[in-house]
Design a protein around this ligand. Structure first.
Ligand code: NAD
Length: 399
């Protein structure tokens, strides 16, 4: 039996998964709850196919034409009958979509966080309540592609495709996990190859959402507010302080994973590896100087020309602290790492330094007296926000 797929979100990733899955003969609907996006896309799609441009180094560009069945803003129309629901929006929008779909969820539906970002499972647990135990929650470690919309509803480009992608499955139903994974693989095609981790906790600790905030912190912690004439380089502009901070944070996460593994030997934490190791693997052939993290960042050709997120003002540019590198990666990334580390008793001085700076910049409070108990923890996806305070409770989600 062919699946019916619902894509939640009309952004870059939403366009690509919609185009790829529809081009493979799968019935695809789209739910967008953002402004007038649904009406706009529906109007376009009733008249036109969409085109997905697939770029890959060393191969000629491919063009895929496709069309979703329909685009709507109404969850009552979108959700019933969907076997697989792909949530492809920034993590700070997940709550909106999860709350919209929950009344219509039926037993056995597969919900995919593509990507899940950290704490997706905790949020599903909180919002779905009893229904959590009848759904299958798949978390993907990242978006499978680097991608951009060129012309809304009409054209989007895959700039690069990952070769493999880790997933975890919370599966209270008895559906075989290989069937679940292959049904998702069938939507995206051969690449990336999806592979399964036995624990959703490992997938959370593999997240890379701790990379951007310390780079922002290292560059802007002493900023005097004077506009800059040029946007500084982001990754390649990192200094020794920033590289050391990243290394310390990577160590804090590794230490958290090791402590979890001691208590839960089946937790499959082997894939949680040091940042430098991941970095060499991911950017194979693109790093000129592999001496250490500092030289590797500064000499990575994949980062050529990538600058800090900045806003234009009359006199030049000022840092954009409302950028996704901050508002997604701290509350839905670093605070989740911090929350898990707190549960297992691993100290995180490097992470704390960055979180404390961020909370001052945005005027919120997560850390208070060295614990995640500030009044704005409610705006994060730290396990504590959902009343999860022990390792037993965290692993209890994956029965
Ligand atoms: P995007 O910024 O293109 O998503 C925007 C879409 O999110 C909007 O079109 C809308 O459908 C939805 N949205 C935004 N604000 C909303 C609101 N207030 N209410 C309801 N819906 C709202 O995101 P993307 O580039 O597709 O990325 C999705 C996820 O993948 C993010 O977590 C991102 O960090 C991650 N990611 C993206 C890339 C990439 O190349 N695009 C690469 C790696 C990881």
């Amino acid at each position: 039996m062919k699946s019916t797929v619902l894509v939640c979100g009309g952004g870059n990733g939403g366009h690509i998964i919609t185009g790829l899955a529809s081009s493979r003969g799968i019935a695809v609907r789209v739910l967008s709850l953002y402004n007038h996006e649904a009406n706009r896309w529906q109007e376009i799609t009733s008249e036109n196919d969409m085109e997905i441009v697939v770029q890959a180094p060393g191969s000629s560009t491919r063009y895929i034409r496709a069309r979703p069945d329909f685009v709507t803003k109404d969850p009552e129309i979108a959700v019933p009958g969907a076997d697989i629901i792909i949530v492809t929006v920034p993590a700070y929008c997940h709550e909106t979509y999860l709350k919209a779909i929950v009344p219509h969820l039926t037993e056995g539906v597969i919900i995919v966080g593509l990507p899940s970002q950290m704490g997706f499972e905790f949020q599903c647990f909180d919002i779905f309540r009893e229904k959590f135990w009848h759904c299958i929650i798949v978390s993907a470690e990242s978006l499978p592609w680097a991608c951009r919309i060129n012309d809304f509803g009409l054209r989007a480009t895959i700039l690069g495709t990952k070769s493999s992608l880790a997933c975890s499955i919370i599966n209270p139903t008895n559906k075989p996990t290989n069937e679940i994974l292959s049904s998702i693989q069938g939507l995206i095609g051969d690449s990336p190859t999806l592979y399964l981790l036995s624990s959703y906790m490992a997938l959370n600790l593999m997240a890379k959402s701790y990379v951007h905030p310390p780079i922002m912190f290292a560059r802007w912690k002493d900023y005097d507010g004077v506009p800059l004439k040029e946007k500084p380089l982001f990754y390649q502009g990192i200094d020794q302080f920033g590289a050391d901070l990243l290394t310390q944070m990577s160590d804090e996460i590794l230490q958290t994973a090791r402590v979890i593994e001691e208590t839960k030997p089946n937790a499959d934490m082997k894939k949680v590896t040091a940042l430098l190791e991941n970095f060499f693997k991911f950017y194979e052939g693109q790093i000129k100087n592999k001496t250490n993290l500092l030289t590797a960042f500064r000499s990575n050709r994949a980062y050529d020309g990538l600058v800090h997120p900045m806003k234009s003002v009359n006199a030049g540019f000022v840092p954009d602290f409302g950028h996704r590198f901050m508002i997604e990666d701290v509350p839905f990334g670093m605070c989740v790492f911090r929350g898990i580390a707190e549960i297992v008793g691993v100290p995180t001085p490097a992470m704390d330094e960055v979180i404390l700076w961020y909370q001052k910049v945005v005027g919120e409070e997560y850390l208070l007296d060295g614990r995640l108990k500030g009044k704005d923890v409610i705006k994060t996806r730290a396990p504590q926000r959902y009343g999860l305070y022990t390792l037993e409770e965290l692993f209890g989600l994956q029965k």
